[in-house]
Design a protein around this ligand. Structure first.
Ligand code: PLP
Length: 371
């Protein structure tokens, strides 16, 4: 029998979250962002849930080709564009829309041998200072793109450095000033702007993390009430139980010391599965449906939990590391990171289950009854 850990993917949750994003940015069309293999969920696994999207956006050329091979006929956007001339040929062959953030990319497109013009999203650097034309040279870049016969439709895009609060205003003002009078569709909003900044919605929005039920800020309570559902459940079981006397410790470094007699559950999940080693004592975790806490250090293959709130738990008890009851962002926040990173980092050794689209989410408690 394999170790009792698994990650379950819920395409129905993605479908629901996509609808929520569409309602939040009603009037805008939606690029569903599925980079990094759909934020660790697996593009093929969640693909059926994306039917309501208007386009699919990602980074890797091979992922774009995979999406075409799945049968997607609507636009596919390469968020970082192309890297060399071979990419241009692939982009043409698969009818990809490409971001253009620098003159080198414009030159690659200008040199393309194609009769079918390539649609682009011309990217402005509105303050992130990673990719894109600065506002003062944006118009010149647009003129150059427009004069390039191999380039088709030109949309205007930017990616916010800070969409979490009022900082969005200066970036938007910059974008609007520098693009005034330039025709073309606008695409500005990531998940945070989809939820909180209607002024940035424009023609196309680009939600990523909210499609998977995670918080754009990495803080779970910031999306309370939005009604998103977790698209990933990391689950395991208790494989050992220890009873500690006061003063005894658990795990490497003797990092947690019992103050009173207590039962400790040993969970088959460690940092080699993608659970953060930095999760401190107190990180929330669910055992047999009851919220409790991680105690002591997370090790490679195991972690330890306080069974005080769930006295009936024992070997075989179901554990939810993150999912609907413990949000991935709660674990992330306790560990000094964001849900994005944890979702992307589930290890290959963890077996994956996929709910069928349309199936009601399976209840972990139900599973433990039937197990
Ligand atoms: C990743 C990414 C997004 C989506 O960001 P979220 O915060 O996950 O919504 C949107 N646009 C670009 C250019 C991106 O790289």
């Amino acid at each position: 029998m394999p170790r009792p850990i698994s990650v379950r993917i819920h395409p129905e949750a993605v479908r629901h979250n996509l609808q929520t994003a569409k309602q939040s940015a009603s009037g805008a069309r939606v690029w569903a962002v599925v980079k990094a293999n759909a934020y660790g969920h697996g593009i093929e696994r969640i693909y059926p849930a994306l039917a309501g999207a208007d386009g699919i956006a990602l980074l890797d050329l091979d992922e774009a080709v995979r999406v075409r091979e799945l049968g997607w006929t609507q636009p596919i956007l390469l968020l970082e564009g192309i890297f060399d001339s071979a990419d241009v040929a692939t982009a043409v062959a698969h009818h990809l829309t490409v971001a253009v953030h620098c003159d080198e990319q414009l030159s690659l497109l200008a040199a393309a041998r194609t009769r079918q013009p390539i649609d682009i999203q011309l990217k402005m650097n509105s303050g992130m200072n990673r990719l894109g034309y600065r506002p003062d040279v944006f118009r010149a870049a647009w003129e150059r793109a427009r004069a390039t016969p191999t380039i088709g439709k030109i949309a205007l895009m930017t990616h916010f450095a800070n969409a979490d609060d009022s900082a969005i205003d200066w970036q938007l003002d910059r974008f609007d000033a520098a693009t005034e009078g330039i025709p073309g569709e606008r695409s500005l909003s990531n998940s945070a702007a989809v939820l909180w900044h209607p002024r940035a919605h424009r023609d196309w929005v680009r939600p990523g993390t909210i499609l998977y039920g995670a918080s754009p800020t990495g803080v779970a309570r910031h999306i309370e009430g939005v009604g998103l559902r977790a698209a990933m459940t990391l689950a395991s079981r208790i494989i050992g139980v220890q009873t500690l006397a006061p003063g005894e410790t658990v795990g490497y470094g003797c990092a947690y010391e019992a103050e009173q007699p207590m039962r400790i559950g040993v969970v088959a999940c460690g940092y080699a599965d993608g659970y953060p080693r930095h999760a401190p004592t107190g990180t929330p975790i669910v055992v047999d449906g009851v919220r409790t806490r991680v105690v002591g250090r997370v090790s490679m293959d195991m972690l330890t939990v306080d069974l005080t709130p769930c006295p009936n738990a024992g070997i075989g008890s179901q554990v939810e590391l993150w999912g609907e009851r413990v949000k991935v962002d709660e674990v992330a926040e306790a560990s000094g990171t964001i849900g994005y990173e944890l979702m992307c980092a589930v290890a290959r050794r963890v077996p994956v289950d996929v709910d069928s689209l349309g199936a009601a989410r399976r209840d972990i408690e139900e599973e433990s009854v039937t197990a």
